[in-house]
Write a protein that binds this ligand. Sequence first.
Ligand SMILES: Cc1cc2nc3c(=O)[nH]c(=O)nc-3n(C[C@H](O)[C@H](O)[C@H](O)COP(=O)(O)OP(=O)(O)OC[C@H]3O[C@@H](n4cnc5c(N)ncnc54)[C@H](O)[C@@H]3O)c2cc1C
Length: 355
Amino acid sequence: MTIQENVPLAPLTTLQVGGAARYFAELKQEDEVRQAVQFAKTRGLPLFVLGGGSNLVVADSGWPGLVLRIAIDGITTPPTPDTRGNAVLFSVGAGVSWDGFVAQAVVQNCAGIECLSGIPGSVGGTPVQNVGAYGQEVAETIESVRAFDLQEDRIVVLPNPACGFRYRSSIFNSTELGRYIILRVNYRLKRGGAPSLKYADLQKHFTERPPKAKKPSLAETREAVCEIRRRKGMLIVSGDDDCRSAGSFFKNPVLSDEQFKEMAGRAASKRLEIPSYPALDAQRKVSAAWLVENSGFSKGYVAGAAGISHKHALALINRGDAHARDIVELKEKIQRDVREAWGILLEPEPVFVGF
Ligand SMILES: Cc1cc2nc3c(=O)[nH]c(=O)nc-3n(C[C@H](O)[C@H](O)[C@H](O)COP(=O)(O)OP(=O)(O)OC[C@H]3O[C@@H](n4cnc5c(N)ncnc54)[C@H](O)[C@@H]3O)c2cc1C
């Protein structure tokens, strides 16, 4: 294990802002994780665990302690397959590219994560905010998570119910924040399973097929998801400035009946209608993108070196040479204006590091 010093973090994130890590180590083996933790403990250094850097805003002052970049590799399936319901178990290293794993699962005709195609980041990052898109979330397929428990100083295996998965949340980013370093994630997929086509955008994509055409395959579903994501700037494409983001910057707010009534009243007074999306309505969520766009911000909005993507109202972007403070200022302005217009505080989705 090599410990480097003063390593710039911006290039290791998709938003590409922020300062350096005082100490930095890239870890490929579980043993190295233990050693690195020991290094930090003996020096009293705060730890930050970095995956693919696709959900982060790193402070301009960087990280004062040790950043551990988890690069544990490998996708394995057990020698004795679990044949219940054609289930296939995959044990995947936390450092594996998430989309690489999705591609491999689809090639092996295994269903369960095809709608999560094109999401950047590492496998180890997926349980943290219970990654989801187009009607699927990893909570549905994660069997267990293997992690280093910093509190008990040992490796543990957390079965799915122990992970406390909810919308964009798990114990890893809430009640047990900072306690676990995820080493491997075990997914249970379904060989020969049908693709999930719950989401309106996806259904629409396939409506142009001839009526007697076969149902879309997993591979076609993956392709469709990537195409839809590309159009929304939610697929990392080199040379596309709208991709210099951390994905959706705000969560869709979950409203109580009272809050919804108040919002509907405000909409009526502005002669606006709150759009209805079955996938959101079912969970009592409203579209954060709609709130942003109806509070004075449009796609392509410019705020100095920061801005909003031309393709997606929820993606705050680094227009080229932004600092973290530019992104934070824009985030705060959006939160302020949405609150004034709608009485709702938008909660950011990315993780703020070193603030
Ligand atoms: C263009 C774009 C599109 C996106 N689309 C979606 C989407 O559709 N749905 C969605 O849910 N998300 C989306 N995201 C957000 C992001 O891709 C996911 O949250 C992703 O899972 C983050 O993984 P990561 O490896 O990049 O984690 P990082 O950004 O490196 O870290 C995020 C958090 O996870 C923690 N973490 C990472 N790895 C580990 C580990 N091994 N052990 C413990 N903690 C760890 C970090 O400490 C941090 O708190 C998008 C982002 C971008 C840039």
